[in-house]
Design a binder for this molecule. Structure first.
Ligand code: NI
Length: 162
């Protein structure tokens, strides 16, 4: 296992589209292990493969909840709620910054697991935010592209609703 260097926001690789994983072999399993190790070291809840400089469609997530460690290979959103939610996001590639982003309240993702099986998973609330954020990375999109310019009053209202 190895902690890999996280690519930071001005690195052009973060703007590239990641490629599908064709075969899940030892190399892919090693990358996934390294991604988890790198994410935990940096106290993140999600990490996309491109953030460690490899253009593969792999995401790891661990929100320290009952789901535990989640590995999404070639994930795609196959359904999403019309209802939206606004919440605060950060990104390990953009340290010390945060911003409010609007995302669907709920998304259903189809993906391949580490054993090569196709799975679907529906997530809601902040976990839906996290999934959308990480999947965006695979297409070269950063949350800062979507960040809302809220007034102080709007932010207060949002925080009071929680
Ligand atoms: Ni991120």
């Amino acid at each position: 296992m190895a902690i890999r260097q996280i690519r930071l926001k001005d690195d052009p690789i973060l703007r590239k589209k990641s490629r599908e994983v064709e075969v899940i072999d030892d190399r892919i399993r090693q990358i996934v292990e390294d991604m988890f190790e790198t994410m935990y070291e940096n106290e993140g809840i999600g990490l996309a493969c491109v953030q460690v400089g490899i253009l593969k469609r792999i995401v790891v997530i661990d929100m320290r909840d009952d789901d535990g460690k989640i590995v999404l290979i070639n994930p795609k959103i196959i359904d999403q709620s019309e209802e939206k939610q606004i919440d605060m996001e950060g990104c390990l590639s953009i340290p010390n910054e945060r911003g409010y982003v609007e995302r669907p309240k709920s998304v259903t993702v189809e993906y391949t697991d580490l054993d090569g099986n196709t799975q679907t998973k529906t997530v809601t609330d902040y976990k839906a935010h996290c999934f959308c954020h990480e999947l965006d990375h695979l297409d070269g999109v950063l949350y800062t592209d979507k960040v809302l310019n809220l007034t102080k009053e709007e932010i207060e209202k949002l925080e009071n609703e929680k």
